[in-house]
Design a protein around this ligand. Sequence first.
Ligand SMILES: *[C@@H]1O[C@H](CO)[C@@H](O)[C@H](O)[C@H]1NC(C)=O
Ligand SMILES: *[C@@H]1O[C@H](CO)[C@@H](O)[C@H](O)[C@H]1NC(C)=O
Ligand SMILES: *[C@@H]1O[C@H](CO)[C@@H](O)[C@H](O)[C@H]1NC(C)=O
Ligand SMILES: *[C@@H]1O[C@H](CO)[C@@H](O)[C@H](O)[C@H]1NC(C)=O
Ligand SMILES: *[C@@H]1O[C@H](CO)[C@@H](O)[C@H](O)[C@H]1NC(C)=O
Length: 261
Amino acid sequence: MLPSFLLSWILLRCADSFSVRVPPGPVVVARGATAFLSCEFEPDLNISHLVINWQRQEDARVVHSFYYQVDQLDRQSKDYLGRTKLNHNELAKGNASLSIANFGLNDAGKYLCTVTNTKGIGKGELQLVYAAFCSEPRLSIHLKSSDVTVQYEMEGYPRPEILWLGSLGQNLTDHLEISPASDGGLYYLKSSYVTQNSAVNVTFTLKNPAAHQDLQRHVILSYDENMTSRTNSSTYVLSILCVILLCSTVLLLWLYCRRDK
Ligand SMILES: *[C@@H]1O[C@H](CO)[C@@H](O)[C@H](O)[C@H]1NC(C)=O
Ligand SMILES: *[C@@H]1O[C@H](CO)[C@@H](O)[C@H](O)[C@H]1NC(C)=O
Ligand SMILES: *[C@@H]1O[C@H](CO)[C@@H](O)[C@H](O)[C@H]1NC(C)=O
Ligand SMILES: *[C@@H]1O[C@H](CO)[C@@H](O)[C@H](O)[C@H]1NC(C)=O
Ligand SMILES: *[C@@H]1O[C@H](CO)[C@@H](O)[C@H](O)[C@H]1NC(C)=O
């Protein structure tokens, strides 16, 4: 009685102890990088009974399969064609970690690592998050008669937190435009600050926590307030010159015609 109870307890413990271990929290992968999906299980030195299946949790797309001691890619989703790699030398050590090359926005999501061997069956779910480092913001300054526009343009993912700060650290109102960039998996962002002041002393700040990015760019600019009126006066001078030129041409033509008569 006791030995059989003990035996079933041990068997239960064994079945219980077969666990598939994956990283608990979301894993951030940068655009274009190789994602590393860690998955460990209780090893069995003889891998002839080992079945590994990597799938997307959301739609059961097959990412990578391994059984009969070889990669089985007949049912692999074409989205992962030629991009996945399972290190066969690690399998007997209980390591079913998979790598996915050239990570993109569509690769973000949940992945299931299912392992079956003589010790049991188990699965682990891990989440991959996509992020793209923001490009260096490109500055442009537009001077108009009525105001000055300071503008930064950049690409990145996800939507970063953008703030324009005044010289005293005050939050300035700004304008932000976001659109998907033609190059997939990136946002195109255009943020501007408009002022009527002739002296600009502002700080542009950008935070993209997913990509561990935190940058600040200072813009200091001052211009002559009378520049616009000078532009107006030069336009005025130019108009006068044109009128004089026109008048003299007409006069010359008139004189020329009179000489012919
Ligand atoms: C592994 O297991 C298979 C099937 O049980 C057996 O045929 C084979 O000899 C074993 N290999 C080793 C190295 O023990
Ligand atoms: C699992 O295998 C990968 C290579 O595929 C290796 O980089 C990683 O260090 C291994 N993990 C452990 C715990 O040995
Ligand atoms: C701009 O503001 C900063 C912070 O208040 C200050 O240290 C700096 O001197 C200012 N620069 C100009 C040119 O006013
Ligand atoms: C700054 O101001 C904008 C509106 O002008 C507001 O949406 C934003 O939350 C403010 N940010 C901070 C950090 O105060
Ligand atoms: C602009 O012109 C006015 C009068 O012509 C002058 O008093 C003022 O100092 C000028 N401003 C600058 C910034 O030069």
